[in-house]
Ligand binder design. Structure first.
Ligand SMILES: NC(=O)c1ccc[n+]([C@@H]2O[C@H](COP(=O)([O-])OP(=O)(O)OC[C@H]3O[C@@H](n4cnc5c(N)ncnc54)[C@H](OP(=O)(O)O)[C@@H]3O)[C@@H](O)[C@H]2O)c1
Length: 328
């Protein structure tokens, strides 16, 4: 089949609300030697895309134009030095931009064969959250079987992934969420105990349970002190966002007495080589969990690419549970 000369991408010429998103046609850039071209089956919508749309999260230098950090589909062309993939392969990929498109260019090192056992559309919801959870909970947090993991934002894209990956690794998982329905989802996905933070005190509940060895937090603000207060001895607190603020005041005494580690990271700006290392570890460890049915992306809704603005409106409202996808 002849390759396309153009593709559709989603851009925000001016920062703003969901209505700022425009779908435009652009010439397809030439493939670099280490890249693959994917005909998209679906692409994932992630919270960072909404921050980028609002102008708060500029893409790193060299990122492809347009919104979108992940996609899945079928390879239609490979660069000169790519020997791992060939046209016709079903894959999913982490990208630094341009994921909301009918044809996505990805680095071969950030591309993975689509796992068997789930459909290709659902695989589009994996890369951004799985890479993030692997890098933070497993690499930085060193989660191991028998540990207690606390996942904040348990019903979101990252949260539903972290709960299932933690459970598959043999950890005891606690999760926080803001409604009874979201809590029920967290427990259905494998959380031993979901905590409705609007009604219950997660610090008391975690302390009764012996404390958390690893805490994955995207809330920040007042949660930092609470995380310090409910971490177990030598616990690891990992910050991946700060939905309630990046500036905090905290009492460091307990952090010292408990010998805690406080760290955090971002994914998008990491060098390609690091993403390739993450991809290899994920393929070896996480893909078997998916293929044996222990972990499945939780899909909340799917919109056509032209309705990317509606997908963002849904994410901004915060009523979703799991992932939102776009299909070209
Ligand atoms: N550092 C990294 O590498 C990295 C990578 C990817 C994503 N992230 C960040 O991780 C976060 C989650 O991403 P996502 O795609 O999973 O988003 P998501 O699907 O929207 O989930 C976020 C969850 O956080 C909760 N939440 C939202 N606003 C909150 C607030 N002000 N206070 C407390 N809880 C709040 C919501 O649950 P409730 O309704 O239950 O409160 C929601 O389910 C985002 O901030 C994103 O930027 C970081």
């Amino acid at each position: 089949m002849p390759l396309p000369t153009t593709h559709r991408i989603a851009i925000t010429p001016e920062p703003g609300g969901p209505e700022a998103i425009q779908i435009v046609e652009r010439p397809l850039p030439a493939l670099a030697d280490n890249e693959v071209l994917i005909r998209t089956a679906a692409c994932g919508v992630n919270k960072p895309d909404t921050f980028e749309r609002m102008g708060f999260y500029p893409p790193p230098p060299g990122a492809p134009e347009g919104l979108g950090l992940e996609a899945a589909g079928t390879i239609v062309a490979v660069g000169a030095s790519v020997d791992r993939f060939k046209a016709g392969d079903a894959v999913c990929a982490l990208v630094t931009g341009g994921g909301y498109s009918d044809y996505v260019i990805a680095k071969a090192g950030s591309t993975l064969p689509a796992p068997t056992g789930i459909d290709l559309t659902a695989a589009a919801g994996l890369p951004e959250t799985v890479f993030t959870v692997w890098a933070n909970v497993f690499q930085a947090g060193q989660l191991k079987a028998g540990d207690t993991l606390l996942v904040h934002g348990g019903a979101g894209g990252i949260g539903t992934t972290a709960i299932q990956m933690g459970k598959a690794a043999g950890a005891r998982v606690f999760a926080t969420a803001g409604s009874p329905e979201k809590c029920a989802l967290c427990e259905r996905l494998g959380a031993t105990r979901a905590i409705n933070y609007r009604e219950e005190d997660f610090v008391a509940i975690l302390n009764e349970a012996g404390g958390a060895n690893v805490i994955l937090d995207m809330v920040g603000g007042p949660y930092l002190q609470k995380n310090i207060d409910c971490a177990a001895f030598r616990g690891r607190i990992i910050q991946i966002a700060f939905l309630q603020g990046s500036r905090i005041e905290a009492d460091l005494m307990r952090l010292m007495l408990k010998q805690l580690t406080l760290t955090g990271s971002t994914l998008r700006a990491r060098p390609d080589a690091e993403k390739t290392e993450l991809a290899n570890a994920i393929e070896n460890t996480v893909w078997p969990w998916i293929e044996s049915g222990r972990f499945k992306p939780e899909i909340h809704a799917t919109f056509p690419l032209e309705k990317a603005g509606e997908a963002h409106r849904l994410m901004d409202a915060g009523d979703h549970a799991g992932k939102i996808l776009l299909t070209p």
